[in-house]
Design a protein around this ligand. Structure first.
Ligand SMILES: Nc1ncnc2c1ncn2[C@@H]1O[C@H](COP(=O)(O)OP(=O)(O)O)[C@@H](O)[C@H]1O
Ligand SMILES: O=C(O)C[C@@H](O)[C@H](O)C(=O)COP(=O)(O)O
Length: 333
């Protein structure tokens, strides 16, 4: 098992920190974006998606972020309000910054990519002035997206949130969420990722994302070696996702767990990680065995990649359990 001490008397379950953006998903898919004529607008941003997913599963989330002072910013806040997410700590930028856009290209179910417009985005204008110690100490857990470390002042805001979380014994969940378009160079990226990951209780990422973080090591690490490295810091749980092959999770007590996937009609592959994370985190709050939490995450991911959006598509517990009762399981491969 694992040792995560969620303080049950706190009103907020999971507070997300980082990117609040817009996904513009191609309406005409199975073709290159050059041939796309229209897009559908959804709330996006990995931490936003995970927070929305947690709300859909019945957790009480909050968010620390910054939005643009325009229709897109208002659309995002209103959407989160509609999902009963506490938005009192979402600041509004007044410097003219804009909302990040993620244009998604669906060439085929297996060949999807994201074109991100991230110049002068409001989410990276989040500053230490926007991070409330009182807000964080009223949370059971903080969920941080690595991309929020990509530039100042957001970077410093994240490290302050981490300090407050450690001070008030808030469980910290770190989703590596590496997006190359946002960083200057690999060494800078790994430096900041390591400084943050060393303070976190749960670290979730793909194999490639851990390899990026561990690039200063003498040689590439196995999943077990990666887990051991992060247990030597603050981690209690390390989850390593391997796409359609499944996922592996390790706990500090030396146990490991694997999860296969569920057969699904894949429309697009992005959204898998965010939906997996939100349902997995839900399982942690329920104090489930890791294998069950991973299976829940895998089911949520299978549902979301069969749908057009990420945020809108985040399922409820009823949807996940109905899906699990009917879907074909695929072992770890
Ligand atoms: N093609 C697929 N079919 C079914 N499940 C999938 C598929 N791709 C990913 N998943 C599920 O989603 C999880 C996260 O996907 P992954 O691609 O590893 O993360 P990310 O989206 O962050 O890159 C996987 O561990 C798996 O459970
Ligand atoms: O995180 C972003 O800015 C883009 C997301 O909103 C988008 O839905 C996406 O890429 C989801 O990615 P994944 O769940 O990590 O596959």
């Amino acid at each position: 098992m694992y040792n995560l001490d969620f303080k049950e008397d706190r009103p907020l379950d999971l507070v997300g920190v980082g990117r609040l953006c817009i996904d513009l998903n191609a309406d005409q898919f199975n073709r290159p974006m050059e041939e796309t004529k229209s897009f559908t607008k959804y709330v996006g941003g990995s931490p936003a998606n995970i927070t929305i997913g947690a709300a859909r599963l019945g957790l009480k989330p909050g968010f620390i972020g910054k939005v643009s002072d325009d229709q897109m910013g208002r659309f995002i806040v209103e959407y989160l309000d509609g999902d009963n997410i506490d938005t009192t700590n979402i600041a509004v930028d007044h410097t003219g910054a804009v909302t990040g856009l993620a244009f998604t290209e669906i060439k085929s179910p297996e060949d999807c990519s994201i074109l991100m417009y991230r110049d002068n985005v409001a989410d990276l204008k989040l500053s230490t002035d926007d991070v409330s110690e009182d807000y964080i100490k009223n949370a059971k857990a903080l969920h941080i997206s690595g991309t929020a470390l990509a530039a100042s002042p957001s970077r410093e805001a994240v490290f302050l949130a981490l300090e407050y979380a450690r001070k008030h014994e808030v469980v910290v969940i770190f989703d590596i969420d590496y997006r190359p378009y946002t960083w200057n160079n690999d060494k800078e990226t790994a430096t900041y990722y390591n400084l943050a990951a060393e303070k976190c209780d749960v670290i979730i990422g793909t194999r490639d994302e851990f390899d990026m973080m561990e690039q200063f090591e003498k040689e590439k690490k196995s999943d077990e070696e990666t887990a051991s490295k992060w247990f030597s810091h603050h981690a209690e749980i390390v989850v390593i996702k391997h796409g359609a092959k499944g996922s592996f999770a390790y706990t500090k007590d030396g146990n490991s767990h694997t999860s296969g996937t569920f057969k699904t009609k894949v429309l697009k592959t992005f959204g898998a990680g965010d939906s997996y994370a939100s349902a997995f985190i839900y399982g942690l709050f329920k104090q489930w065995d890791l294998s069950k939490a991973m299976e829940y995450g895998s089911a949520s991911a299978a549902i979301v990649i069969s749908r057009h959006s990420c945020s809108d598509a985040m399922p409820t517990t009823n949807e996940i359990e109905d899906f699990m009762s009917k879907a074909e399981r695929q072992g770890i491969s």
